[in-house]
Design a binder for this molecule. Structure first.
Ligand SMILES: [Mg+2]
Ligand SMILES: [Zn+2]
Length: 222
């Protein structure tokens, strides 16, 4: 069996979304200066690592196709993200990005691809590269596309969003109901922790008794 991972969406989970008043939209940071970590990003990444998960970013960045930023600027944004995490002794095992958009202005990225969420291409690639067992893994994101991609790849899904009637209706209509719906990343972290802890408890008990005869795998869904 391979490793397990927590796949994290980036915008809205690791870093704050940016408001662009001229266009009246909320979008990804387009410059390194705009990148700010969310309040519990560092703690979440560290706790996932503490639970034995790899932590891998899976993110759509169609701003590349749309001409909002170019490759060198995007590298600076990534550097700023990694450096901000490092200040809290947090790190990412890997990052996977889709730069495509079917209506992009840059021809190179104007394609219908299999890596843009809700498609699971990036997750499948990451699982292959890192020897990840997807059924033991989580996808944590703040969008419906995150739930869809995570489900399609065979992960357990955690959606970070406020559960209003409209959202619940949308999730149902789009057949995109997550395994867990939580309000904050902090709550998502506790959810993954609760799930992962039985395994940990089991290992500790095996260590104490020197045998595994008394223990069996605890399925939190049972
Ligand atoms: Mg997001
Ligand atoms: Zn793509």
């Amino acid at each position: 069996m391979g490793d397990k991972a927590v796949f994290l969406d980036r915008d809205g989970i690791i870093n704050e979304l940016v408001y662009y008043p001229e266009q009246g939209i909320v979008d990804s940071p387009f410059t390194p200066e705009q990148l700010r970590l969310t309040p519990s990003a560092v703690e979440a990444v560290n706790r996932f690592h503490g639970l034995g998960f790899k932590v891998i970013v899976i993110s759509n960045q169609p701003g590349m196709a749309k001409g909002h930023f170019d490759e060198p600027t995007f590298d600076l944004i990534r550097t700023r993200m990694r450096e901000s995490l490092r200040k809290g002794n947090a790190y990412l095992d890997d990052e996977y990005y889709c730069f495509h958009h079917p209506n992009g202005v840059r021809e190179k990225y104007r394609v219908v691809c299999d890596c843009r969420k809700p498609r699971p291409g990036l997750i499948l690639r990451a699982a292959k590269d890192h020897g990840i067992t997807l059924a033991e893994s989580f996808f944590v994101g703040d969008g419906i596309v995150d739930v869809k991609a995570g489900r399609e790849a065979g992960c357990k899904t955690v959606l970070v969003a406020s559960a209003n009637g409209l959202l619940l209706k949308l999730l149902k209509e789009q057949d995109a109901e997550p395994n867990y719906l939580v309000k904050t990343l902090e709550e998502a972290t506790r959810t993954v922790e609760k799930f992962a802890e039985p395994h940990r408890t089991k290992r500790i008990r095996e260590k104490l008794t020197g045998s595994n005869s008394a223990s069996r795998r605890i399925d939190p869904h049972a």
